[in-house]
Design a protein around this ligand. Structure first.
Ligand SMILES: NC(=O)c1ccc[n+]([C@@H]2O[C@H](COP(=O)([O-])OP(=O)(O)OC[C@H]3O[C@@H](n4cnc5c(N)ncnc54)[C@H](O)[C@@H]3O)[C@@H](O)[C@H]2O)c1
Length: 281
């Protein structure tokens, strides 16, 4: 039977998830509410594939068949999908309305997954008639390259659904961890945010230069890059949102954003000449 996946949202993450899934043989039904977004995502994937062909790591036949498996779709087409992954805006009401639609349109045994970075799986699941089949599949950017998916269990998610999500992840060449409790930050951001915060505080207190803080973590802990570099890369405004969200949920100072971060994010909004990250001027 042909493997059919629905991907809702064709932005950074939806495009990446569609890419890696099509590369592993899935027919991907792509949906985005913004006109032209799916075409733009397909175009970008096409460019990435063309680079692989140039490097000799992909044949041109495979390039064509991968692109052919990325299908711009309408909501009505989703009846043929065995699973859906949602990657729309990180706004609860938007996710809820997407899940209500998916619940009505996909076959009753289909798994409905969200790529949310922070929102409650249980709350999203509660808007459907199949909360046992709703779970989190948290990919990392860029999705075709990053190996990990955090699979997040909502309060009602069944073992069978977790098993199906794991099997799917396996089939697209990913590694998984299971987050057994639906909690803010799951595992990765729960570990990462305190690391960012401490590195930023060390910088703020003038204990070491930003270069030395990054060098210390890189060489002393064998990380591929330092925390301040990584914080720049993920985007300081995104980092600040995640910290504020976790702080509000946990009421715990471990997640309290340092002032230097808030200052840089505000400065970044002023325009081009202002510092936008720890390393950008
Ligand atoms: N960017 C990252 O590094 C990252 C990593 C992991 C998880 N996430 C999560 O993935 C999700 C998507 O993030 P992104 O960075 O790809 O965002 P993005 O803004 O690049 O893409 C979101 C897309 O969803 C579309 N969209 C919005 N509402 C829609 C709707 N109702 N129906 C259909 N399409 C709709 C938008 O038009 C847009 O193309 C968010 O929940 C985010 O928290 C992001």
């Amino acid at each position: 039977m042909e493997k059919v996946l629905a991907v809702i949202g064709a932005g950074t993450m939806g495009g990446g998830i569609a890419h890696v899934s099509a590369q592993h043989g899935y027919r991907v039904l792509m949906i985005d509410e913004k006109a032209g977004a799916v075409d733009k995502a397909r175009e970008q994937i096409g460019k990435r594939l063309a680079r692989e062909v140039e490097k000799g790591t992909l044949s041109s036949e495979d390039q064509e068949s991968i692109l052919a498996r990325l299908v711009p779709s309408r909501w009505e087409d989703l009846a043929g999908a065995q699973m859906a992954i949602e990657a729309v805006l990180e706004v609860m009401d938007v996710k809820k309305s997407v899940f209500q639609r998916l619940d009505q349109l996909l076959p009753p045994d289909a798994i409905l997954a969200t790529n949310t970075s922070s929102l409650s799986i249980t709350e999203i699941a509660a808007t459907t008639e199949r909360p046992d089949k709703v779970l989190g599949m948290h990919f990392f950017n860029p999705a075709p390259i990053m190996k990990l998916i955090e699979i997040v269990r909502g309060e009602a998610t069944s073992d069978q659904s977790l098993g199906k999500a794991r099997a799917f992840a396996d089939s697209i060449g990913k590694e998984t961890v299971v987050v057994e409790k639906d909690t803010p930050g799951f595992v990765v951001n729960r570990v990462l945010m305190p690391l960012f915060i401490e590195a930023m505080r060390i910088y703020e207190e003038g204990i070491a230069s930003k270069e030395d803080i990054d060098k210390a973590v890189k060489l002393g802990l064998n990380h591929p890059m330092g925390p301040l570099t990584l914080a720049d890369l993920t985007g300081l405004d995104v980092d600040l949102n995640v910290m504020d969200y976790m702080y509000n949920e946990f009421h715990d100072d471990r997640f309290a954003a340092p002032l230097v971060l808030r200052r840089l994010v505000r400065a970044g909004r002023l325009g081009r000449k202002t510092q936008k990250g720890f390393y950008e001027y």
